[in-house]
Design a protein around this ligand. Structure first.
Ligand code: NAD
Ligand code: UFG
Length: 342
C-alpha cells in the first residue's frame, strides 16, 4: 500500500513512519518543515534501513499536492500536517484556520480528483472540552474552547459530510490523548521550537539543565494531589494505532471515530516523579497559577480502539519517561540541523 504521510517529518508522524516502513508499506512524506527538520526523516531512514521519498510542500498549495499525486500512486493518506499550539491559536486564529482547515480542504479536493478516498486524520481529545465525567467515550458531546480545537472539530465534521456525500470514502478520525516519549533508539523524538508548551518536553528540558525549573500550573484542582490529570500515551503505541487503522480502513463502512489513549490518568506530580526516577535527575518545580483553559482531568476509555482495531497501549509511564529521557539527553538541542546526530 502506498501511503502519503502529510506532516511526515513531525513528532508523531516520524514515529508512525518507522512502523509503517517496518510493516512493509511504501510511504511518501510531505512536509513544509514549518515545525520540523528533515533530519528526522534521515534518522527514520537510519532506524529502518530504508530510503524514504520525501517531498517539501504545503498542504495549502494545490500545485504542491498535485505534483505528488501525479507522480505517485497514493492509496491512502495519513494526515498529520497542521499547527498545534493552543495558546498561539488564540493569538493568531487565522493562521490556524488557514493551515489546518484550508489545508485539509485543499488536500481532500486533490485526493478526490485523483480518486484517492482513504484518510486517517489526527484529531485530538481537545474536542471533548471539559468532559462531564471520565473516562471519556467517543460518543461524549464535543465542543471547543480555542481556535485550535475548533479547527479539529470543523475538520471532523467536514470529513463526515464528505462521507455522507460519497460513501466510497474511508475515513478514520483518531482522537489522541497526550502523546509523550520517543523511539527506543533515542534518535527521534519531540523537538519543540522555543519554550515548550507541553508538560513532558518542559520536564525533559528541565532535567537536562536547559530550564531552571518547571512551572506547575495549579495544585488546587479536584484531583488526588491537586495537579491536572491526563492520559499520557507513548508515541510508539500511538504510532501503532495508525498502522492498525490504515490496515483495517477498507473494512469500515462508516466514518470511524476512535480514542487513542491508555485509559490511565496521571497527575503532573506523578509525571515529574516518574521522570526523575527514569532519568536520575532532579526536576525542580514551582507551583504557579492555573493556566487559562486547562481542565482538571482528562483520560480515555480506549475500549472501542481495542474492539475495532485490536489495538491497545502497551507501554508504561516508566518507558515513556526512559525513552523520552534517552532522546532528550542524546539530543539536548533536538535535531538542530543534524549537529547532534549520533
Ligand atoms: P508536529 O508539529 O511535530 O508535526 C506536524 C507536522 O506538520 C510538522 O512537521 C510541520 O512542519 C508539518 N506542517 C504543518 N503545517 C503544514 C502545511 N501547511 N503543509 C505541510 N506540512 C505542514 O506535531 P505532532 O505533535 O506530530 O502532531 C501531529 C498532528 O497530531 C497534528 O495535526 C496535531 O494537531 C495532532 N495532535 C497532536 C497532539 C500532541 O499533543 N502532539 C495531540 C492531539 C493531536
Ligand atoms: N502543565 C504544567 N506545566 C507546564 C505545562 C503543562 O503544569 O509547563 C500541566 C497542565 O496544566 C496540564 C498537564 O500539565 O495539567 C498537561 O499539559 P499539556 O500542555 O502537556 O497537555 P494538555 O492536556 O493541556 O494538551 C495536550 C495538547 C493539546 C491536546 C490535548 C489532548 O497540547 O493540543 O493534549 O490531546 F488537545
Amino acid at each position: 500500500m502506498s501511503i502519503l504521510v502529510t506532516g511526515g517529518a513531525g513528532y508523531i508522524a516520524s514515529h508512525t513512519s518507522v512502523l509503517l516502513l517496518k510493516e512493509g508499506h511504501d510511504i511518501v512524506i510531505f512536509d513544509n518543515f514549518c515545525n520540523s527538520s528533515s533530519e528526522s526523516i534521515r534518522r527514520v531512514e537510519s532506524i529502518t534501513d530504508k530510503k524514504i521519498t520525501a517531498i517539501e510542500g504545503d498542504i495549502r498549495n494545490r500545485d504542491d499536492l498535485i505534483k505528488v499525486f501525479d507522480k505517485y500512486d497514493i492509496d491512502s493518506v495519513i494526515h498529520f500536517a497542521g499547527l498545534k499550539a493552543v495558546g498561539e491559536s488564540v493569538d493568531i486564529p487565522l493562521k490556524y484556520y488557514d493551515y489546518n482547515l484550508s489545508g485539509t480542504i485543499t488536500l481532500c479536493q486533490v485526493m478526490k480528483e485523483y480518486n484517492c478516498k482513504s484518510i486517517v486524520f489526527s484529531s485530538s481529545a481537545t474536542v471533548y472540552g471539559d468532559p462531564h465525567t471520565t473516562p471519556i467515550k467517543e460518543n461524549f458531546p464535543t465542543t471547543a474552547t480555542n481556535p485550535y480545537g475548533r479547527t479539529k472539530l470543523f475538520i471532523e465534521e467536514m470529513l463526515r459530510d464528505i462521507f455522507i456525500s460519497d460513501n466510497e470514502w474511508k475515513i478514520v478520525l483518531l482522537r489522541y490523548f497526550n502523546p509523550v516519549g520517543a523511539h527506543i533508539s533515542g534518535t527521534i523524538g519531540e523537538d519543540p521550537q522555543g519554550i515548550p508548551n507541553n508538560l513532558m518536553p518542559f520536564v525533559a528540558q528541565t532535567a537536562v539543565g536547559k530550564r531552571e525549573y518547571l512551572n506547575i500550573f495549579g495544585d488546587d484542582y479536584d484531583t488526588p494531589d491537586g495537579t491536572g490529570v491526563r492520559d499520557y500515551i507513548h508515541v510508539m503505541d500511538l504510532a501503532q494505532g495508525h498502522v492498525d487503522a490504515i490496515e483495517k480502513i477498507n473494512s469500515f463502512d462508516n466514518v470511524m471515530t476512535i480514542n487513542l489513549g491508555t485509559g490511565n490518568g496521571y497527575s503532573v506530580l506523578d509525571m515529574v516523579r516518574a521522570f526523575e526516577d527514569a532519568s536520575g535527575r532532579n526536576v525542580p518545580y514551582k507551583i504557579v497559577q492555573r493556566r487559562d483553559g486547562d481542565i482538571a482531568t482528562c483520560f480515555a476509555d480506549p475500549s472501542y480502539a481495542k474492539e475495532i482495531l485490536g489495538w491497545e497501549a502497551k507501554r508504561s509511564i516508566r518507558e515513556m519517561c526512559e525513552d523520552g529521557w534517552r532522546w532528550q539527553s542524546n539530543n539536548p538541542n533536538g535535531y538542530n540541523n543534524g549537529e547532534d546526530k549520533k
